[in-house]
Write a protein that binds this ligand. Structure first.
Ligand code: NIG
Ligand code: FE
Length: 411
């Protein structure tokens, strides 16, 4: 893969040719007799792709590509859609490396650790939050993530939640209001007062800056009735639900997410058979709930991993996301998440790559990103590898040879 001449090439047409494996996530691109994994990923072999301005203009055989302003020879390497990270918390200040080290020495994770980051975030100021987020977004880009969601949730006052969402909105349109992350210290004796704030004045101030509303429905955070109250208030303000569900224990989160038509139930570390059935039934509903697995969180909290085979066997929709946050998953690397998902959650490599691209897109109810189709956005990755399998086969190795977002080379 040729290095970029600049990371901000002028608009024009770019041809990537001699692609060994072009992953499109469009099953019609795979040969009829192709193996199941090729059909799942819509793999076209010995392919070429042309980007024109911000979109994909042409996909075809490397033997007969059209002319372009810039031609890049991929020498048999793999090209795939940019990763779609549907779950991140990159608006914060402070560091919890000591908490991580203590966990690795045997301490359990508890939701209360969030309050450490809340204190640092409240003290930080907008410029510092913007700078911190910008650095992590840069890391997203270098890991091949071209679409990402960002949550608030480390301010937990009306002005700090509002600022968090405004800063998030400078980086992405996929912004999520998470005032219901935990009850902050000053409301420890007045939970209902905090819920009134989260569903009242704070929601009114934040809703114009958010597309989604989320709640941490789990031990040490919010119970079923409280979570329901938060999500219904959010819906009333025009936001669509997503839920932090079943991370720390079996609980009502997944069921609630499905009942309310949430776009995703995230974590899904502890799943009952009825949770899996509910997720699978929702897969064909008009408003499906995507089971979003977050391998970085189990990794960094040394928790048991959920077995994705149960979800796939039942027919649930599945996404993978980084959950980038300072407490439980301080990674911006989707290739790392893919490798862990394959090794420890029993995804096939093809399932993991699909979950990190088109799965993430579904979890954000987007049908434009996460796939490569003519007329669709030119968001793609060129791997320094002959096969997508290397994303899991070569863990910890930076295989990202090039990244294009809306047709512009950003790495
Ligand atoms: O998704 N589970 C809740 N929220 C974050 C953790 C936040 C923290 O510990 O700071 C998560 O893992
Ligand atoms: Fe999270």
């Amino acid at each position: 893969m040729a290095p970029p001449s600049t990371v901000d090439e002028p608009n024009g047409t770019t041809l990537l040719t001699n692609i060994g494996e072009l992953i499109t996530n469009d099953p019609s691109q795979a040969a009829g007799h192709a193996p199941a994994a090729d059909r799942l990923l819509g793999i076209r072999r010995d392919a070429a792709i042309v980007l024109a301005d911000s979109t994909v203009a042409w996909i075809g055989d490397a033997t007969a590509p059209p002319a372009a302003d810039l031609a890049i020879d991929c020498h048999g390497a793999t090209v795939l859609p940019g990763f779609v990270d549907s779950h991140s918390h990159v608006i914060f200040d402070g560091d919890r490396a000591d908490e991580f080290a203590a966990r690795m020495a045997g301490q359990p994770y508890a939701a209360g650790g969030i309050r450490t980051t809340v204190a640092a975030t409240r003290a930080a100021g907008e410029d510092r939050l913007r700078a911190n987020a910008g650095k992590l977004v840069g890391e997203f880009t270098r890991s091949g993530i071209t679409t990402f969601e960002i949550k608030s949730g480390y301010g937990l006052t009306t002005p700090t939640e509002c600022t968090s969402l405004q800063v998030a909105g400078e980086f992405t349109s996929e912004t999520t209001y998470l005032g219901a992350h935990v009850v902050p210290e000053e409301y420890a004796d007045d939970r209902s007062g905090y819920l009134d704030l989260v569903t009242g004045d704070m929601l009114a101030a934040c809703a114009p800056h958010a597309r989604w509303i989320d709640v941490f429905c789990d031990r040490g955070a919010f119970d079923e009735a409280e979570s329901m109250q938060v999500l219904l208030a959010g819906r009333g303000a025009g936001l669509t639900a997503r839920v932090h569900a079943n991370q720390l224990q079996h609980g009502p989160g997944v069921r609630l997410a499905v009942e309310l038509g949430a776009a995703s139930a995230d974590h899904c570390t502890h799943l009952s058979e009825s949770d899996i059935t509910a997720l699978a039934d929702s897969a064909t509903a008009p408003e499906p709930t995507v089971a979003t697995l977050l391998p970085g969180a189990e990794f960094a909290t040394r928790s048991a991993y959920p077995d994705a085979r149960r979800l796939f066997a039942a027919g649930a929709l599945v996404a993978l996301a980084t959950d980038c946050n300072p407490g439980t998953s301080f990674t911006t690397s989707m290739p790392f998440c893919i490798a862990v998902a394959v090794r420890d959650m029993h995804f096939t490599v093809a399932q993991a790559v699909a979950a990190a691209t088109v799965g993430g897109a579904r979890a954000l109810r987007r049908d434009d990103v996460g796939r490569l189709t003519v007329g669709g956005p030119a968001d793609l990755i060129a791997l320094d590898a002959p096969s997508y399998l290397h994303l899991a086969y070569r863990p910890g190795v930076d295989l990202i040879g090039g990244v294009w977002r809306a047709g512009r080379r950003v790495r």
